[in-house]
Design a protein around this ligand. Structure first.
Ligand SMILES: *Cc1c(COP(=O)(O)O)cnc(C)c1O
Length: 395
């Protein structure tokens, strides 16, 4: 063990620097004061970002907004669901997801998640008949069985929204996550693959849905004319929908656009780092990284693994403490007080169901950040710290 883990452990929290190209554009925006996306007649940074992102993902329309939560909210609003509509969501997700459902005047219905962090398709099928919409969070990029989910949802005539906040770069049968459902939503918050501090974007091929979302995002009066390809659809929605004003401003787009060419490298490096550490953890008797479903190619910037076999809560906490002594923070979703990813903490929902499978998973699922920029010695330090911390408790 390192004599002083705190100083030897790699820093997994610092972001990558923003590419230099952002500086010139930010300077230009500061000099002109042109920060609002709808001031310029054309070519505003936010509009360019939408065009580039839609092209990158292979979608017809993109709408940049203030956060992924805003994108999820607008997606549900743009589906024109009745008040109180039931929306299936996985019980393992970030608290902002059920919050977006509540904000859209809908009722979340939580679906069990298995120890592989993916939706339990039996529970999903059982709950689908009561659902008006489905919102799938690909938590940390772990992709649920989208073949089964789309087949079942299509047969039931229920629209699917993908929360791909943390899944940029992940593919399913080679297809980009976020392009499988009717709408896909992504985050540019700092802990995601592309970092703008805050920000989000939604993509869809549906012109009516795009037009409705654009107007509700705050394209008031004739501003929708600055979104290409939708002129017919806008006509009948103008002034019929509320304006929620969730727009992105130009400075955010200036920070995001130069990062788009970095995505492919971040995906490759993140996957290589993850798989290298996963192989070390899987070689132990105490830790296991659940297999992905075969069609998934993930873009990880963190690693999730389970404590394997019989571990008590006290042992799990002792493992966390032993890793901490080596300078590595291991989050165990269900053991961290007030964790926003543990469904029993979503008290704003009122009566919470008991979901024993999800609960059991959350009590033993561990989470360690593994940013793409880490070097092999840093990865080796992290793997060794985790493994010897488990050994301290179990060996
Ligand atoms: C980060 C995240 C969100 C929220 O994104 P914001 O841009 O912060 O609103 C939603 N869902 C998942 C799965 C996330 O990881």
């Amino acid at each position: 063990m390192a004599p002083d883990g705190q100083t030897l452990a790699p820093n997994v929290y610092d972001a990558e620097p923003i590419p230099d190209a952002a500086r010139a554009e930010i300077d230009r925006l500061l000099s002109s004061g042109d920060l609002f996306r709808y001031t310029a007649a054309e070519g505003a940074p936010v509009a360019l970002l939408e065009q580039e992102f839609a092209e990158l993902l292979g979608s017809r329309y993109a709408l940049a907004v203030s956060s992924c939560s805003a994108a999820l909210f607008l997606s549900l609003k743009a589906l024109d669901l009745p008040r109180g509509a039931k929306v299936l969501i996985p019980a393992f997700t970030f608290a902002a997801v059920p919050s977006a459902v509540v904000h859209a005047d809908c009722t979340p219905v939580l679906v069990e998640v298995g120890e592989n962090y993916r939706i339990d398709i039996d529970d999903f099928s059982a709950k689908l008949p009561e659902a008006d919409a489905v919102l799938i969070s690909h938590m940390r990029g772990h992709t649920s069985d989208m073949d089964a989910i789309m087949t079942l949802s299509d047969a039931a005539g229920v629209p699917v929204v993908e929360d791909a906040a943390h899944s940029l770069g992940t593919t399913w049968h080679g297809r980009n996550i976020g392009t499988i459902g009717k709408v896909g939503c992504f985050s540019f918050q700092s802990y995601k693959l592309v970092n703008a501090g805050e920000g989000g974007i939604m993509i869809t091929d549906d012109p009516e849905l795009a037009a409705r979302a654009i107007i509700m995002s705050g394209a008031y009066e004739q501003n929708w004319k600055k979104h290409p390809g939708l002129q017919n659809s806008f006509g009948h929605w103008q002034n019929k929908l509320p304006l929620y004003n969730l727009r992105m401003q130009n400075l955010s787009a200036a920070v995001i656009r130069p990062q788009l060419p970095e995505i492919a490298r971040r995906v490759t490096d993140g996957r290589r780092n993850h798989d290298w550490v996963a192989a070390q953890l899987n070689a132990t008797d105490w830790l296991v990284v659940p297999d992905a479903l075969p069609p998934e190619d993930r873009a990880p910037d963190s690693i999730q693994f389970n404590l394997k076999g019989d571990w008590s809560d006290d042992q799990a906490r002792a493992f966390q403490a032993a890793a901490k002594r080596r300078g590595i923070t291991v989050q165990i979703f269900g053991l961290t007080e007030g964790n926003a990813r543990a469904y029993w903490n979503w008290q704003f929902l009122g009566d919470l169901p008991d979901l024993p499978r999800t609960r059991a998973m959350l009590m033993r699922a561990c989470d360690v950040r593994l940013p793409a920029r880490l070097t092999e010695p840093e990865l080796a330090y992290i793997a060794e710290a985790i493994i010897s911390a488990a050994g301290d408790v179990k060996a």
